[in-house]
Design a protein around this ligand. Structure first.
Ligand code: SER
Length: 351
């Protein structure tokens, strides 16, 4: 079975073989952009390239970006730990075209990577394309539909609305129609009983979006209007933890090697077992998720505080402590004991 480090490296190597240059992820804490407190997508650090305010030295870029989605437009905090596939901090594997290739290559390479390099079963994949939006004067994305038609039968190419298939970084900024790839990870019997097409974008825990390919063409201005960007770009983002779960054949992101070592260390400290009790299990997952988020924020320069970005970090930290004390029987500080394992994971093959 591929380890999570190998899966990440295969993504990077694949896009390097397609002429992309590896660029390190940005710090998870954003200092220079008043519209964001934390990096919420791999494209944040490239915003000026999309807007035409700066020129990228490389037209094709690949990376893995640590993102945090607990404030602003993208906020998943309440789901975290209760379900098995949302996170506060997650890694986003991404590749970009800055005014270079567009829909054809983005779609062909996504297909090649998922089915040929990772060997995901093609008959468990679905894609969505933007249905268009008359008030914004944007048409159905026929081009994306046609490229996907080379790989998928029409009944596995679904139309999606503005909420799901038009990606925006925040209230303002670069944006555009997107096409998403969803992976149906249910058992064969479940797939035979109910078509995955009915479950895409319906909060089903085993039919989840894994990759979003955004075709950046517009800038959303503060008055809500859209203007065309000077050039067309591609911004893709794949949920690393979900991908690892799919490739490793697990039913939960937390059962992969990305999280299991933290859960097992927490279980040893608490003298309890993961899998014995649902309330305790939620606490294990909350802690496994939150310790990563808090540690990465602190490592990148944002200490817990009582306002702004620091308050977000403090809320995550408090949530982890509260679940540990309330459900796992901790009566003394324990989170710091998880740090050596975490540092070993992120220092050993992560980027
Ligand atoms: N920006 C898009 C997203 O965050 C694709 O990378 O989903």
């Amino acid at each position: 079975m591929l380890t999570s480090h190998e899966i990440r490296q295969k993504f990077i190597s694949f896009f390097e073989s397609k002429g992309h240059t590896f660029v390190k992820g940005a710090p998870i804490v954003v200092k220079g952009d008043p519209t964001l407190m934390f990096t919420n997508a791999g494209m944040n650090q490239f915003k000026d390239f999309f807007l035409g305010n700066a020129v990228s030295p490389n037209k094709r870029v690949v990376n893995s970006q640590k993102c945090l989605r607990v404030s602003g437009k993208h906020n998943d905090l309440e789901e975290v730990g209760h379900d098995h596939y949302h996170h506060t901090m997650f890694e986003m594997l991404g590749n970009w075209s800055f005014g270079d290739f567009f829909k054809k290559e983005a779609i062909e390479w996504a297909w090649e990577l998922l089915t040929e390099v990772y060997g995901l079963p093609a008959n468990q994949l679905y894609v969505t394309v933007f249905e268009g939006d008359a008030p914004s004067n944007i048409a159905f994305d026929q081009e994306a539909f046609d490229y996907w038609s080379r790989f998928f039968p029409a009944d596995r190419i679904l139309k999606g609305n503005k909420k799901d298939n038009f990606w925006e970084m925040g209230d303002t900024g670069p944006c555009g129609p997107c096409t998403e790839i969803h992976f149906d990870m249910r058992s064969e019997a479940d797939r035979a009983a109910v078509s995955g097409a009915e479950l895409v974008n319906n909060d089903h825990p085993e039919v989840v979006e894994i990759w979003n390919l955004v075709f950046m063409e517009f800038n959303r201005l503060a008055d809500g209007s859209l203007v065309k960007l000077p050039a067309k770009h591609v911004d893709t983002g794949m949920g690393f933890e979900r991908l690892v779960r799919g490739i490793q054949g697990k039913t939960s992101n937390y059962d992969t090697d990305v999280f299991q070592f933290i859960i097992q260390e927490t279980a040893a400290l608490a003298g309890k077992k993961y899998g014995d009790d649902e309330k305790q299990d939620i606490a294990f997952r909350v802690i496994a998720d939150h310790i990563r988020a808090v540690s990465m924020c602190i490592a990148d320069g944002q200490l817990p505080a009582n306002n702004g970005a620091g308050y977000v970090v403090r809320r995550i930290l408090r949530r982890a402590v509260r679940y540990g004390y309330s459900y796992l029987g901790f009566t003394e500080p324990f989170l710091h004991q998880l740090l050596p394992g975490l540092s070993n994971y992120f220092g050993n093959g992560s980027v």
